[in-house]
Design a protein around this ligand. Sequence first.
Ligand SMILES: *Cc1c(COP(=O)(O)O)cnc(C)c1O
Length: 378
Amino acid sequence: MIANEHRCWVEVSRRRIAENFRAVRDLVGSGVEVMPVVKADAYGHGAVEVSRVLEAEGARWLAVSSVAEAVTLREAGLQAGILVMTGFLPHEAEALAPLRLTPVLHDPDAIASLERLAETAGRPLEYHLKIDTGMTRLGTRAGAATIAAAVKASGRARLQGLMTHFASAGNYESGQTEGQMRAFEEILSALRAAGVDPPFVHAASTIAIAYGRRDAWHNLVRPGHAIYGYVSPARGPAPHVALSVRPALSWHARVLTVRDVPAGSRIGYGGTFETPSPMRIGVLSAGYADGIPHRLSGRGKVIAGGHLVPMMGAVSMDVTTIDLTSCPDVRPGDAVTLLGREGGAELDAQQIARAAGTLSYSVLCGIGARVRRVYVDG
Ligand SMILES: *Cc1c(COP(=O)(O)O)cnc(C)c1O
């Protein structure tokens, strides 16, 4: 089946993914490893295909959220190192050694469990340890002495990386990031003084890369959003964005039907929109089950016939109604653009997110599983 036959699909540009990865690599330089983040099905872009592109570009590491995501990549034949950022639960432990997965541990006590797994596996297992420097989510707040003792007590579970994660990297009105960076530096120096020197040290995701927080790059960075072509706007007196990336995904749906309706027609669930005059409406074959945020009801836009036109009434599960009064040429079966560029008009995940009162991350990850992913080289 070719792209043109789908009702609702995204088109992902392999070239853009590759270019965005190279842009990060060029910015951080050869002394810094780039570990692209392909969790959440590569932010909706399709983790297997995206990872293949990244491996072909030379990525030696990929980061995922869960063991299940890592299993999907290994089953598809991906060879890169895989960092499992939320660690592992007991029932997932036996996948680690055979699939060569590298868990992030969030507690020095977990090192002993990994040591036992390594003994069973009959070979060393590497891990990264996450430090909670102030985000208060995952990571340990144990002191350097406790951590150093746990690291040294295990011979087969080996510390390969020390990491942290920033809560407010894009907020230049807040000192939270500087505070987190200081706390991370302190624990790193104390560990080194105690003879623990992790090969990889990492803290930066897209925002800390793109806005040039070089002190946070250490020798590995973890870009997610940037790989897909996005850098969120910063708050306050931020430096210029030092990274140039472009969206890799566009999203399309076909018009199911076009109707001319009289004034006073109430459109969709709840009858929230009543036509003030005779109007031409189009019913799209995509709704919130496909990932169109329900919050776009009455306030979202799509690109039809090269022009931005409003959504009307409530977004429903499978269909969304749009105003085609100014687009007399759009016919049933034609495709409109939900996200992307068409004619002179453009809509990106950032704009959609603003209209929906959410994050661009959430718009991309929210693209539904039933939406076909189509990959193009260009
Ligand atoms: C998701 C995630 C990233 C990537 O963040 P982006 O803002 O998409 O670059 C990096 N590190 C951790 C721990 C994450 O959970």
